[in-house]
Design a protein around this ligand. Structure first.
Ligand SMILES: *Cc1c(COP(=O)(O)O)cnc(C)c1O
Length: 388
């Protein structure tokens, strides 16, 4: 297709029509595919032909979903997974060997930290963390066995911004694979491959689905790296289900319009919070007061859907605030049509020691709002009454 626009590709990238000439892509619930004859079967298994063999390897619905993400991220190839975490785990398991080392930002998704701290060490794969304001120290963390630099931006839940270009330059200089979890920004707001990322991972469960229905994940990047991830996954089975791929591909058709509105609402919520007496500070990438505002403007097209703020009064004030919320949901998800509030210090991050929590920007009174698609006045009114 000639169009270079994400909106058009997200709608018009479609698998071949069947003999029924359907307008919208049908759901292909099939675990396997048939061969014309012995020669067709031989050539297919010898990888001389590109075709569907078995849905653990590929399926028309997962292929359509992956093709859209590849277009949006500017990637050559990808593979779709049953969840964001299966994308993260399979990517590392496919690319790393025993005794390798990872350099990662400390502010990463909780289960990814558990993977680095407790699971990969079973194969003697170790890690070193840098804080978001310690990019100067990264080169001193690199060892002869380091293979990967890993980060997320914006970070969860403190909404800090990392300089993706700078990380990409360091990775390139040292011949390391640079991997970004781009879940918070979506490919619509930020394309890390432009800044030197070799691989981009998404939890499609969040804004890509956007309606809190299905789990999914995807890794995209260079053909060479994806081939290794593909061979690992084809033999170990983390594949995305065709049904979820069908949902997620439909969701991508509306991702740009949904994310535009999410970002408009989030900026309104952030601006309101900044003016409130019971709030110490607000973190939203496109607020001028954000410490990395200029950087956010450089690498993102809008500020995203997550707003963090610190309520006055610490842990107890945070718990009281959650109890006073009426419209918004108390839930662990994010990137949903429904606005969601969490208080990390008393819930999702309560088990983490306080000093480590503070290193990732989680103060006692920090509240995370995933701003949804309700009318912004209704979202703001609920926050206002709960704050007072
Ligand atoms: C949710 C999330 C994941 C994990 O995705 P699942 O689909 O829940 O497995 C990974 N990274 C980030 C940044 C996330 O928000």
């Amino acid at each position: 297709m000639n169009s270079k626009h994400i909106e058009t590709q997200a709608i018009r990238t479609q698998i071949e029509r069947s003999q029924f000439l359907e307008h919208s892509s049908p759901l292909y619930l099939t675990s396997s595919y048939v061969f014309e004859d012995a020669e067709d079967m031989r050539a297919s298994f010898a990888d001389e032909k590109q075709r569907n063999i078995y849905s653990r390897y590929s399926n028309p619905n997962t292929s359509e979903f992956v093709e859209k993400i590849c277009f949006m991220e500017g990637a050559e190839r990808g593979y779709a997974f049953a969840s964001g975490m299966s994308a993260v785990f399979s990517t590392f398991a496919a690319l790393l060997n025993a005794d390798d080392h990872i350099v990662s930002c400390r502010s990463i998704f909780g289960s990814t930290q558990t993977l680095f701290n407790n699971i990969l060490p079973k194969w003697n794969i170790s890690n070193s963390y840098f804080k978001i304001d310690e990019l100067d120290t990264i080169e001193s963390l690199i060892q002869p066995n380091t293979k990967v630099i890993y980060a997320e931006s914006p970070t969860n839940p403190a909404v800090d911004i990392l300089d993706v270009q700078r990380l990409g330059d360091i990775a390139k200089k040292h011949g390391l694979i640079f991997i970004i979890d781009n879940c918070f920004a979506t490919p619509y707001l930020q394309q890390p491959i432009k800044f030197g990322a070799d691989l981009v991972i998404h939890s499609a469960t969040k804004l890509i689905d956007g309606q809190g229905r299905v789990l999914g994940g995807v890794t995209v990047g260079s053909s060479e790296l994806i081939q290794k991830i593909y061979l690992f996954s084809r033999n170990t089975g983390p594949a995305l289900s065709p049904f979820n791929a069908w949902i997620l591909s439909k969701s991508l058709e509306t991702l740009p319009v949904r994310v535009d509105r999410h970002c408009d609402n989030a900026l309104k919520v952030a601006t309101f919070l900044e003016s409130h007496d019971n709030v110490n500070f607000v973190k939203y990438p496109f607020l001028k007061s954000h410490p990395q505002y200029e950087l956010a403007k450089k690498q993102m097209s809008q500020g995203g859907t997550i707003v963090a703020f610190e309520i006055k009064g610490g842990i107890e004030a945070g718990r009281k605030f959650l109890n006073a919320i009426q419209l918004l949901s108390l839930s662990a998800n994010l990137g949903d049509t429904r606005s969601i509030v969490t208080h990390p210090a008393s819930t999702t991050h309560a088990k983490i020691p306080e000093d480590i929590r503070l290193q990732t920007g989680i103060t006692a009174g920090l509240i995370r709002v995933s701003v949804g698609l309700e009318h912004p006045e209704d979202i703001i009114n609920d926050l206002k009454q709960a704050l007072s």
